[in-house]
Design a binder for this molecule. Structure first.
Ligand code: FES
Ligand code: FE2
Length: 426
């Protein structure tokens, strides 16, 4: 349970909020590179951490992430024309370059130098791994570029999607941290989804009483959940939580690895990014086809949008017959939409003053605590954890160990991203 003040601290991400300041110290995935595919193409509206911005690409291919609104009288520059090395407002023609600098005010004499004094807010935007990453903090504090394993693999080895989720990022991310719900909410898919069924991991998760061992890692947490396996042995699932909003799902057999980023659009909406990747092989045609059709942990989207076809407005297409027949705990189809349905049902921002936590929520308690401590420490000038590239180069894993062997010592190497070495997964 949190107090109202603690809940506010953990969920408010605007520019004035302490957590908002913390989140602005990290690189933020904001767009798929294909959303800005062309030089001089149409600008794209981006809302992130409650700021309304515009992403675009100039004639030379330079990425721009500028204030959405014109400095003259506040018109949205989304209506602007992306012309030679600049974006020109549709109202009175003020023009801005990729840094946000105003370079032309048609109504003013050129020699007045007026436009030199006008500059839009702008942030660095870079492409890494087919994703555009923004940095919204103080320029002199910009951290090294993100270095997650999927970024450094060939494009054939990864599949990335994003979907809009209609709730605060924290309750969405807490679903990624809490692997105990898998045995219940996703029990049907463990035995039907092509990217899960038939693996030992799917089999062992029938044990609904996992015990958690959570250990602080340099960039977040190692979250070990153990279940009973063969006599004298535990089945371990180790989730990585990486500051400030990444989770890595423990893998199933030779299927690809999965990771998420839960990025606030504003305080009542977020983007759920899903990164599926195999460190040592290209993804197969079957895997890609399954994911494009909403299998694995991806979803099918309304064409031309990032809103899932299964959504709040159609009651998530709940199938009460499937639920009654025991094929699905929720009656909602697909792992990702099951997560979204239950998390959105908590309301736009979960009221954590009313929750009753149990031992399987330990990792959630520790992640909240780590975020809170980092946000408060930043106010005193302490740099946040998880900025360094080594913190990103980690993996989730699944394995079986004898009862008396602690997972974190026995399997530390398996929790690192190691080039050319397959994941530890059963
Ligand atoms: S409002 Fe943009 S040029 Fe006038
Ligand atoms: Fe889930």
């Amino acid at each position: 349970m949190l107090t109202h003040e603690q809940n506010e601290l953990a969920t408010r991400t605007g520019p004035e909020a302490p957590l908002g300041e913390l989140l602005r110290r990290y690189w933020i995935p904001i767009l798929l590179a294909e959303e800005l595919a062309e030089n001089d193409g149409p600008p794209v509206r981006v809302k992130v951490l409650s700021e309304r911005l515009l992403a675009w690409r100039d004639t030379q291919g330079r990425y721009a992430l500028t204030d959405e609104f014109c400095a003259h009288r506040g018109v949205s520059l989304w209506f602007g024309r992306n012309e030679v090395n600049g974006l020109r407002c549709a109202y009175h023609g003020w023009k801005y370059d990729y840094t946000g600098q105003c370079v032309d005010v048609p109504s003013e004499p050129e020699e007045s130098g007026f436009c030199d004094k006008i500059k839009l807010k702008s942030y660095p935007l870079v492409e890494r791994g087919g994703i555009l990453w923004a940095y919204m903090g103080a320029r002199e504090l910009k951290p090294p570029l993100p270095a997650f394993e999927w970024i450094e693999l060939p494009p054939s080895h990864r599949y990335v999607s994003k979907r809009r989720q209609e709730c605060n990022y924290l309750q969405a991310m807490e679903g990624g941290i809490d692997s105990s719900h898998v045995s219940f909410l996703h029990s049907g898919e463990l035995h039907s989804d092509p990217l899960h069924r038939g693996t030992r991991s799917a089999h062992y998760q029938q044990d609904c009483k996992p015990k958690f061992e959570v250990i602080v890692s340099p960039g977040g947490l190692y979250i070990g959940a153990r279940r009973e396996a063969e006599p004298g042995h535990y089945y371990w699932r180790v989730t990585q939580w990486i500051m400030p909003w990444y989770t890595m799902v423990p893998p199933y057999g030779d299927n690809a690895l999965n990771a998420h980023a839960w990025v606030p659009i504003d305080d009542e909406n977020c983007f759920t990014w899903t990164f599926t990747y195999h460190p040592t092989r290209p993804l197969s045609a079957m895997e890609l086809d399954t994911m494009r059709k909403g299998g694995g942990i991806h979803v099918e989207l309304i064409p031309g949008t990032f809103r899932p076809i299964i959504n709040k407005d159609n009651d998530y297409m709940i199938d009460r017959h499937a639920q009654k027949a025991g094929c699905s705990a929720s009656g909602v189809k697909g792992i990702a939409m099951q997560d979204a349905a239950v998390q959105e049902s908590m309301g736009p921002i979960q009221d954590r003053t009313k929750e009753n936590l149990v031992s399987t929520d330990n990792a959630i308690i520790m992640a909240r605590h780590r975020l809170r401590r980092a946000a408060l420490a930043l106010q005193q000038g302490t740099d946040p954890p998880g900025l360094m590239q080594e913190c990103h180069r980690v993996r989730s894993a699944t394995f079986v160990l004898p009862h008396d062997v602690p997972f974190a010592e026995a399997r530390r190497e398996d929790l690192k991203a190691r080039q050319g070495i397959s994941p530890t997964s059963i």
